[in-house]
Design a protein around this ligand. Structure first.
Ligand code: FRU
Length: 508
């Protein structure tokens, strides 16, 4: 089908974000670069856009991060050890093989809570010599192999190789039924050498619970700085942080922290200070990182989330739901040790027509896909702007000064507003009732605004602030009629460069 026809038949399909061919997509899994190709596996339920049904692993691969093709469903929940879902996991690349480690989820039938009883979390390995065909499922560990202090919730193995050892972190929920604090999120650290089987090294957690469960952990270093990423469930939502139902972020670990130090429990001090959210938007969870052939540390997240009170009904009506974020290159910010995230450079190859968008004038985003960049910004100049010049941006007075809005032919889809907050500033993303499908507003606190990069891709937007120190990702949905027309960009107090984007060369 011609691209334009495709867009008319499904105007919400992003052009350069990965989406499932049909059905449901969640966490990215098994990200790696193997034998000259990128591999992006993902949690997949092809038969159901609403996600009802068991999780499999879908598979995209290709030489270029924006030229992947769908290679089919590679892991099915078809054994006794994963019969209720081939849950999340990761890849390890050796000279000859691609190894996939994942959680086989089993839920016993009967009167079980499936937290303290009635659930198996089996760690399973499958291997492939060509990245396409996968062999037997090998059971590596089951609940009896994890420390007794864990509930049944242990999952999402992330594996890496170092110093002649293979290390693994798994997300977990410590059993706190006999403690005043209740259950506590933790990461289980395991290790294996050539000769020895997997063994537990210890657990990393916090003194007081920082959520009751940590999903999808990841450990990596950038420029010598150590990071532990995880997805805590159970943090209380506040106005400016932890705004989603479940959170996703990374702890900046002290220099002296050795991930594989054998100790039953090690605690991260000041978790609230050390925890940085990956993304302040509505639609982000369960990211995973990997390094590619040139040594870049790349992160891809699920542009979705669990149990939210907003939805993606417009794409479900087209038979699919959710997307993955852009691949983001991670670098260390020397100023504060935090991570910067930027779309990988190869995205720039999708840029087409360029023009300058100036303050107040309307710029059409003709393909519904655009890359917008504004540098050299000054917060004070942005804030000193007269509020009344654009009536549409004052509908919600008190929220701040409008610096950007994106409209369809008939309504404002989303806006970015800036306001003061204490010593710093608050950036607010608001969505209109129709376009938001229940999404209303998300805030990010900033010390400054120096630059903005905004990637719009039909029904998803990623906003990168200050070279990716802060990122916000959200889905948005114009009406079907409006979604095939150009979007309209209006800027307040900013001039920006705007590129139309073409779709990536996916083949589904
Ligand atoms: C995170 C998660 C993982 C689990 C997977 C199941 O979104 O809940 O912990 O392995 O999704 O699809």
């Amino acid at each position: 089908m011609h691209l334009t026809e495709k867009r008319l038949s499904d105007p919400y399909r992003p052009g350069f974000h990965l989406t499932p061919p049909r059905g449901w997509m969640n966490d990215p899994n098994g990200l790696c670069f193997f034998q000259g190709e990128y591999h992006v596996f993902f949690q997949y339920t092809p038969e159901s856009a609403s996600g009802a049904g068991k999780r499999c692993w879908g598979h995209y691969a290709g030489k270029d991060l924006f030229g992947l093709s769908f290679r089919g469903t590679v892991l099915f929940p078809d054994s006794e050890k994963d019969r209720n879902g081939a849950f999340s996991g990761s890849a390890l690349v050796t000279d000859e093989e691609l190894l996939l480690y994942y959680t086989g989820n089993v839920e016993w039938e009967g009167d079980y809570d499936h937290t303290y009883a009635g659930r198996e979390a089996n760690t399973i390995l499958v291997s492939s010599e060509d990245g396409e065909h996968f062999g037997q499922k090998l059971l590596l560990m089951s609940n009896k192999d994890y420390p007794a202090e864990y509930t049944c919730h242990v999952r999402d193995p992330k594996v890496w190789q170092t110093d002649g050892k293979i290390r693994m972190v798994q997300g977990g929920r410590l059993d706190g039924r006999n403690t005043p604090d209740g259950d506590k999120g933790a990461v289980l650290v395991l290790e294996k050498s050539e000769e020895s089987p997997w063994r537990t090294v210890g657990s990393i957690t916090t003194k007081q619970p920082f959520g009751y469960m940590w999903e999808c952990p990841d450990y990596f270093e950038i420029g010598g700085q150590k990071y532990l990423s995880c997805c805590p469930q159970g943090l209380p939502s506040e106005n400016d942080r932890w705004q989603n139902v479940y959170q996703s972020g990374y702890f900046r670990l002290p220099e002296t922290f050795a991930i594989a130090k054998p100790e039953r429990f090690r605690t991260i001090d000041d978790p609230e200070v050390r925890f940085n959210e990956w993304d302040m938007g509505f639609d982000f969870y369960a990211p995973q990182t990997f390094t590619d052939a040139v040594g870049r540390r790349i992160l891809i997240g699920w542009a979705g989330g669990g149990d939210a009170d907003y939805d993606n009904a417009p794409t479900v009506a087209h038979g699919w739901q959710h997307a993955l974020t852009l691949p983001r290159e991670l670098t260390l910010s020397e100023t504060d040790g935090r991570i910067r995230q930027q779309p990988v450079a190869e995205l720039n190859a999708l840029r087409t027509d360029y023009r300058k968008a100036t303050e107040y004038s309307e710029t059409l985003l003709t393909t519904g896909m655009a890359d917008i960049y504004a540098g050299g910004l000054s917060v004070e100049t942005l804030l000193s702007r007269e509020k009344k010049e654009d009536p549409a941006e004052n509908e919600n007075d008190g929220e701040g000064v409008g610096i950007l809005s994106v409209r369809s032919a008939s309504e404002v889809l989303f806006r970015l507003l800036l306001s003061r907050s204490g010593q710093g500033f608050r950036l607010t993303l608001t969505l209109s009732p129709q376009a938001g499908c229940g999404r209303k507003r998300r805030n990010a606190l900033l010390n400054d605004i120096r630059d903005l990069r905004i990637l719009i891709d039909r029904s998803i937007v990623e906003i990168y602030v200050n070279e990716g120190e802060t990122v916000m990702t959200s889905r948005f949905y114009p009406s079907e009629d409006d979604a095939v027309k150009p979007y309209r960009l209006q800027l307040g107090g900013i001039c920006a460069g705007v590129w139309d984007m073409k779709a990536a060369a996916w083949s589904r």
